[in-house]
Unconditional design. Structure first.
Length: 398
């Protein structure tokens, strides 16, 4: 199949990269102590100063900074239109300049398939929402996610207008954004978010239907509407969608390895590793096994303590040294989120990432600092065997 041939070529490219460029970058002496920083906190120097100061007080050694939200750039881009921030200001460059003296890694967070979530259309004609309407994911009725209202999005479990991973140009578009950032800025990594389908009701755009039919001779709409109870057919369609997401990660990975070998690639992923491939077509365990990502951050944001502990156990059941356990403090006090974080660390997780720095209560700064101090772990480096597996296994597991 065409995707398989391309995947093998790209994977061979990965195998040529020297390990020295990426070893020992994944964490500090106490493991990864990260915060996600949302784009609302990047509008001006004063706000960034406050964020970095708070992160330093909390003992963080890394920031995952949302520099591409709704397909708009919080940096100087030749690909994306600029976001709304102070004129003449470069948020990413400034953040790096203040984070580095505080001993922090900076990972550039890029919303992948999600490109618009506002109730009104973008104004810039260069925005992908206006420039490339045929790139968008569709539902089973043929309706594009681009045309959903905010109310309809909420009802359908959709965050907003979502690009299709089945469109080759979309994969190249995301890869070009990653390369632009990696070449232009001293970042430690690229961090992909929304690198998944919204749910099984989406992915029926014409580009996907046509490609699936050419590969299999099957009609995905028929499978969805008439044969959803036939496990073998449903799984074939599901597996195909998983491959589109994985191929997107692979495309970004290969582009980065060619353009910026020292820049890591990570992803924010749905926390339950058995649910993610089925409900969101996001097989992040496979990404780890195949060396397509250097680490993942599981989004275990639940405020239900029993479920939080369960997600900590599930997320670390395989390759825990490539898993950073994500906790939410926007929906609960930090004290309620820490028991599951401690469970993840005890089970071997590489660190903790907190969502988000802007919602961390000032009085909680020392709570998380003390937690990180109490659960310090030795420095971890890149596992060379991952690159060996990538170079020898081809794309069989994709």
């Amino acid at each position: 199949m065409r995707w398989l041939i391309c995947a093998r070529i790209l994977l061979l490219t990965v195998s040529l990269i020297p390990l020295s460029a990426v070893s020992a970058q994944l964490s500090g002496e106490c493991g990864s102590r990260y915060f996600w920083v949302v784009r609302d906190n990047l509008s001006d120097p004063e706000t960034i100063d406050q964020m970095v100061e708070r992160a330093a007080e909390a003992g963080a050694n890394g920031l995952i900074v949302q520099v591409v939200g709704r397909a708009e750039a919080y940096y100087r881009s030749a690909i994306l239109p600029p976001a709304d921030f102070q004129e003449g200001f470069d948020p990413l460059a400034y953040l790096i300049s203040v984070a580095r003296p505080n001993g922090m890694e900076v990972h550039a967070w890029v919303n992948a398939f999600l490109v618009w979530s506002s109730p009104w259309a973008p104004e810039d004609s260069a925005h992908v929402w206006l420039a490339c309407p045929d790139w968008f994911m569709g539902d089973a009725s043929g309706r594009s996610t681009r045309d959903y209202s905010r109310e309809e999005c909420e009802s359908a479990g959709l965050v907003g207008a979502t690009l299709s991973p089945a469109v080759p140009e979309v994969r190249e578009f995301l890869a070009s954004i990653a390369v632009e950032i990696a070449r232009g800025y001293d970042v430690d990594g690229i961090h992909l978010d929304y690198i998944r389908y919204p749910n099984p009701s989406f992915g029926f755009e014409q580009a996907a239907l046509g490609a699936f039919y050419l590969e299999t001779g099957l009609d995905a709409l028929d499978i969805f509407r008439r044969y959803s109870g036939m496990e073998s057919l449903s799984e074939q369609w599901g597996a195909w969608r998983r491959r589109q997401v994985t191929l997107t990660v692979l495309t970004v990975r290969s582009a980065l390895r060619g353009a910026a070998p020292g820049v890591l690639l990570s992803a924010a992923v749905m926390a339950d590793p058995s649910e993610a491939p089925v409900q969101y077509f996001q097989d992040w365990r496979e990404w780890i096994h195949e060396g397509l990502v250097d680490f993942v951050c599981t989004m275990a944001y639940t405020s239900n303590r029993a479920r939080a502990l369960e997600l900590a156990q599930l997320g670390t059941s395989e390759d825990p040294d490539k898993v950073i356990h994500g906790i939410g403090v926007y929906n609960q006090p930090i004290s309620a989120a820490l028991p599951a974080a401690r469970e993840a660390i005890d089970l071997g997780a590489a660190g903790i990432c907190v969502f988000s720095l802007g919602t961390l209560a000032p009085e909680s700064t020392w709570v998380i600092r003390n937690f990180w101090r109490e659960t310090g772990r030795p420095e971890r480096g890149m596992d060379a065997s991952v690159f060996h597996r990538v170079s020898t296994s081809g794309a069989a597991g994709l």
